[in-house]
Design a protein around this ligand. Structure first.
Ligand SMILES: Cc1cc2nc3c(=O)[nH]c(=O)nc-3n(C[C@H](O)[C@H](O)[C@H](O)COP(=O)(O)O)c2cc1C
Length: 225
């Protein structure tokens, strides 16, 4: 074997000794798939006498039955943020933000539960969205809606536009409850659950895929870098 050949062999072996970037990325993605997705379930309505908790309980049962999620419920009725935004919030506002901001930051993914108010989503939801920025970025969000005849579908489509501005991915499938009050019995059980259960399963599968994909990608390379 002459020197030239030996050099050629050692150079050609070098890449196989260190993992290639794509092999490293594949390893990160495989590892992240074994770690549960932290999902913040945001209950968007804070109205007195609201129906939201009935739908929220139904949703949470589906999330807990689905493998691979750890749910944290962020109920906007328990958060009292002012509608006037500030870069220098008062101590009271800082205390309110402390109830919610770290939990949004911690989440890998979100499920937003929204009713429809006047063909859109409620002000309570827009307020918590606008108070935050980085907490939302490069994360997936699934949308569950309820309302009168439209089932909250117009609220969902408006939220997709808002979340795109925040660099989020809205998952394609949603769950919507039309004339929601009539669909649940006094115990909060859906009277005819098969269609809604199947929709929730598909939506949660998609949310989990996006959460794994984006969490893994961010471990390989920070978003926006
Ligand atoms: C201010 C307001 C506006 C509403 N506008 C709509 C609407 O545009 N379309 C619709 O289908 N239902 C509408 N509804 C019905 C609500 O979607 C329904 O009552 C729902 O249960 C409200 O959610 P909540 O009880 O959790 O607040 C409206 C209700 C309120 C209070």
């Amino acid at each position: 074997m002459n020197t030239t050949t030996a050099q050629t062999v050692s150079v050609s072996q070098a890449p196989s000794q260190a993992p290639s970037p794509s092999a490293e990325a594949a390893a990160v993605l495989a590892a992240t798939a074994d770690t549960p997705v932290k999902v913040a379930v945001i209950v968007g309505s804070n109205r007195e006498g609201r129906f939201g908790p009935v739908v929220a309980e139904w949703l949470l049962r589906r999330v807990r039955d689905h493998e691979g999620f750890e749910a944290d419920v962020v109920d906007l009725a328990e958060v009292d943020l002012p509608t006037s935004l500030s870069y220098r919030p008062s101590a009271d506002v800082v205390a309110e933000l402390a109830k919610v901001s770290p939990r949004l930051a911690e989440a890998d993914a979100f499920i937003v539960l929204t009713p429809e108010y006047n063909h859109s989503f409620p002000a309570s939801l827009k307020n918590v969205i606008d108070w935050h920025r980085d907490e939302w970025q490069a994360k997936p969000v699934a949308l569950v809606s309820y309302g009168g005849v439209s089932g909250g579908l117009r609220a969902v489509e408006h939220l997709r536009q808002v979340f795109a501005e925040l660099h989020m991915v809205t998952v394609r499938d949603t769950v919507s409850f039309h004339n929601a009050g009539a669909l649940f019995d006094g115990e909060g059980n859906h009277r005819d659950p098969s269609v809604a259960d199947a929709a929730a399963q598909g939506m949660l599968d998609q949310l989990q895929w996006w959460a794994w994909a984006l969490r893994g990608a961010k471990e390989v390379r920070a978003y926006g870098s």
